[in-house]
Design a protein. Structure first.
Length: 151
């Protein structure tokens, strides 16, 4: 079952159960996928859908941080609900300890020693771990490792 098919089935189920929060979030995800399909000119593969879902999750995390700093707990809870639902569609993330091992291995393989080689290392790590880690987490760990090696 593709992500698109799963979203349609989940939307039907949530509508029958009168789960307004889930129905709204699934509709948002379907709209985000449709917008990406229009932009790209083709039906999204599951890996492309995961990229869209990760982007939506990041938007929710950013909104949660902004609302918390503004003291808007009512909006924080709504965004957190949406984030939890979006995360249920994402594959399990690679634990940070395992990701750090992959980063170290790639840095050792490429011989990277400074920040000028960060892009090459991040790209290699992304190709190795695939959809199991977010780009921001990879970049942070690579940066910590490369800066730490210089100290």
């Amino acid at each position: 079952m593709t992500f698109s098919e799963r979203l349609i089935e989940d939307m039907k189920t949530s509508m029958k159960a009168s789960d307004i929060g889930r129905t709204g979030t699934v509709r948002l995800l379907r709209a985000a996928m449709k917008n990406e399909e229009i932009k790209s000119g083709h039906v999204l593969s599951d890996s492309e859908a995961i990229v869209v879902f990760r982007r939506e999750a990041k938007q929710r995390r950013d909104s949660i941080a902004a609302y918390k700093s503004a003291g808007r707990e009512d909006l924080v809870s709504q965004e957190q609900l949406e984030l939890d639902i979006i995360n249920s569609y994402l594959p399990a993330a690679l634990p940070e300890s395992e990701l750090a091992i992959v980063v170290k291995k790639i840095i050792d393989q490429t011989g990277a020693t400074d920040m000028t080689q960060m892009g090459r290392v991040v790209a290699a790590v992304k190709s190795e771990v695939g959809d199991k880690a977010e780009g921001g987490d990879i970049a942070r760990l690579v940066k910590e490792r490369l800066v730490g090696d210089q100290a």
